[in-house]
Design a protein around this ligand. Structure first.
Ligand SMILES: O=C(O)c1cc(=O)[nH]c(=O)n1[C@@H]1O[C@H](COP(=O)(O)O)[C@@H](O)[C@H]1O
Length: 236
């Protein structure tokens, strides 16, 4: 669990933007308000890896959200490449072989591996449709336990599940990283397990991941500042 009370350390801004120039513009606009950035498929599949490397070198905390899942050798070698970027976090899907390969790939480095349990855009019906037995709560708990046993550094889940995970014995050293964050009144979009920034912090989320409520806002800097203020108030 993180103990630092600087609200900026609680917020990963998701740079889900269509071009490098848009991402550069947003980073410049947010300035010192944002210290933590997440780069996922949209930017990662174009210029995002090089940009993340640059941001990491400039002192930002970088989270590559690549959600790896492949044969062991491919996962391990992919993770080794990400280690060389200087990034701080990387996601993989929470399948045992994939998580073990990722842990092997980051050995000896400072890269933290986050295991994505059940996507925040899924509910119980989606889990059943995918052939899973058990509801979201049970699946998140089981996957988190497996991840901890394998040596993963953090869990990606909804902030609806953080209290349940701690109660189930997921230790404080495991970071609980929570997307699906929606300030009151924000558009929900494709997310199904949403939580407000203040409720997420109050419920024990270590990091919040926020994309469209900031990137899609008319004034992204004001939107980020409002979320940071909400986090700060809740942290007390
Ligand atoms: O791994 C993730 O970051 C992730 C996992 C998950 O379960 N749900 C989820 O939304 N995400 C990512 O978190 C971000 C959420 O973006 P917004 O819904 O726009 O705030 C996106 O970049 C998603 O890819």
């Amino acid at each position: 669990m993180t103990s630092n009370l600087d609200p900026r350390q609680k917020l990963f801004v998701a740079l889900d933007l269509s071009s490098l120039s848009e991402a550069e513009r947003l980073v410049a606009l947010l300035g010192d308000s944002a210290t933590h950035y997440k780069i996922g498929y949209r930017l990662g599949y174009s210029d995002g890896i090089a940009f993340g490397r640059e941001l990491a070198a400039s002192g930002k905390t970088i989270f590559f959200d690549l959600k790896l899942h492949d044969i062991d050798n491919t996962v391990r070698e992919g993770v080794e490449s990400i280690v060389r970027t200087g990034a701080h976090y990387l996601t993989v899907h929470a399948y045992p072989q994939t998580m073990k390969a990722a842990v092997a790939g980051r050995e000896g480095s400072g890269l933290k591996i986050l295991a994505v349990t059940i996507l925040t855009s899924w509910n119980d019906v989606d889990c059943a449709e995918a052939g899973y037995q058990g509801n979201v709560t049970t699946l998140v708990q089981n996957k988190a336990r497996q991840a901890v046993a394998i040596g993963i550094d953090g869990i990606v889940c909804s902030a609806q599940e953080t209290g349940m995970l701690r109660a189930a014995g997921i230790p404080d050293r495991i970071e609980l990283v929570t997307p699906g964050i929606r300030p009151k009144g924000a558009e929900i979009g494709d997310q199904k397990r949403i939580v407000t920034p203040s409720a997420a912090i109050a419920g024990g989320a270590d990091r919040l991941v926020v994309g469209r409520p900031i990137t899609g806002a008319r004034d992204p800097a004001a939107a980020a500042d409002a979320i940071l203020a909400e986090i700060a108030t809740t942290l007390g």
